[in-house]
Write a protein that binds this ligand. Structure first.
Ligand SMILES: Cc1cc2nc3c(=O)[nH]c(=O)nc-3n(C[C@H](O)[C@H](O)[C@H](O)COP(=O)(O)O)c2cc1C
Length: 185
């Protein structure tokens, strides 16, 4: 797929089929993420790939966390939460390393990991997959972070849900860049 076509036509796809994705396809996505620019060559992204039963385990962690915070929540509410990770056959959680050297900045690592997320989205689109970058409260939940093997104070920049698209969608018209741009000459 031509680069500008991928950039312009990519759009979030929240409804995907339950069919599993072949490992080589997932590896292409990870490789695309790993090609993102990053300052000081620290490659600050950490990818955790969830498929199959691991998604149920994440759902259990989310429901347990919610129950601990809101003990009054009814069982149906917890079941809904438990089912959230099953919305796609694959989830790639993208965590960010905390800087260990003073020259490396938190913001720059976040920027690089975000670029990795966009590379993954573009690669997914080019491969005919549907993907959506999610964050929300779950990406900030300490128990979820620990489940992924991250530190409680480490950031998750994205939970990218990926699968074969349920339907052919298209990108929504986007306002021009003009009101977001100043030219200085
Ligand atoms: C950092 C970030 C977090 C996002 N979190 C969510 C989310 O939690 N839930 C959701 O439905 N979409 C989420 N999105 C997707 C945006 O809603 C989506 O990109 C936006 O509506 C533009 O649509 P498009 O991706 O089709 O161009 C997130 C996007 C970014 C960049």
């Amino acid at each position: 797929m031509e680069l500008f076509e991928a950039i312009n036509k990519r759009h979030s796809v929240s409804k995907v089929k339950a069919d599993a994705l072949p490992r080589d396809l997932i590896e292409k996505l990870l490789d695309a993420g790993n090609h993102a620019p990053n300052h000081y060559k620290v490659r600050p992204w950490r990818f955790v790939v969830l498929a199959g039963n691991a998604r149920n385990k994440l759902g259990d962690v989310m429901a347990a966390s919610q129950h601990e915070r809101l003990p009054e929540i009814p069982a149906e509410g917890l079941d809904k939460t438990r089912a959230l990770p099953l919305r796609a056959p694959v989830i790639i959680a993208v965590g960010v390393d905390k800087p260990v050297e003073t020259k490396v900045r938190d913001l720059e690592n976040l920027a690089a990991a975000s670029a990795a997320c966009e590379n993954i989205l573009l690669a997914a689109h080019a491969l005919g997959l549907g993907a959506i970058w999610r964050t929300g409260d779950w990406s900030r939940d300490e128990k979820v972070k620990v489940f992924f093997g991250f530190e409680a104070d480490q950031h998750i920049v994205g939970l990218i849900y990926i699968g074969y698209p349920e339907a052919e969608g298209e990108s929504a018209p986007r306002p021009s860049y003009e009101d977001r741009t100043v030219w200085m000459e």
